[in-house]
Design a protein around this ligand. Sequence first.
Ligand code: FES
Ligand code: FES
Length: 165
Amino acid sequence: MKHDIQLMVNGDSYSLAIDPSRTLNQVLREDLNLTGTKLGCGSGDCGACTVIVDGRSVSSCLTLAVEVDGKEILTVEGLAPSGEKLHPIQEAFIEKGAIQCGFCTPGMELSAYHLLSQNPTPSEQEIREGLSGNLCRCTGYNKIVEAISVSADRMNRKPSKRKSR
Ligand code: FES
Ligand code: FES
């Protein structure tokens, strides 16, 4: 029997009738066509499926869609503030060469977003810990860590005050 659920995804509201065994990852990718959220291991080990649910970072492959009924979900498609402008984390990933095949990137960026929302000035060690649930087979991680550090600096930078004459 199908269950009716309501999801708020990237600011848009969806009413869906779904089989209770379907994961959030399946619903995002197959029903809402939000394929930026990847499916890697399917068992909670790789972080490719990471999304933010009510401010918490979750593995969408291990989360049933019915469990997030009524909640707010952020996927990589909702990270950029507009169609013209990327999020500072995304800009820094591109600039620092932190993307190769790109499969891990949406999950990495959402883990970074979650980390910086909890800790706006993380040390290198804290960034590495914040990414410990996300695997990357391509980059060796250093460029990803550097990109997150740069984006944290930029997000914290206050506009400089003009000197009064
Ligand atoms: S696909 Fe969910 S953790 Fe790997
Ligand atoms: S860029 Fe290929 S898995 Fe990370």
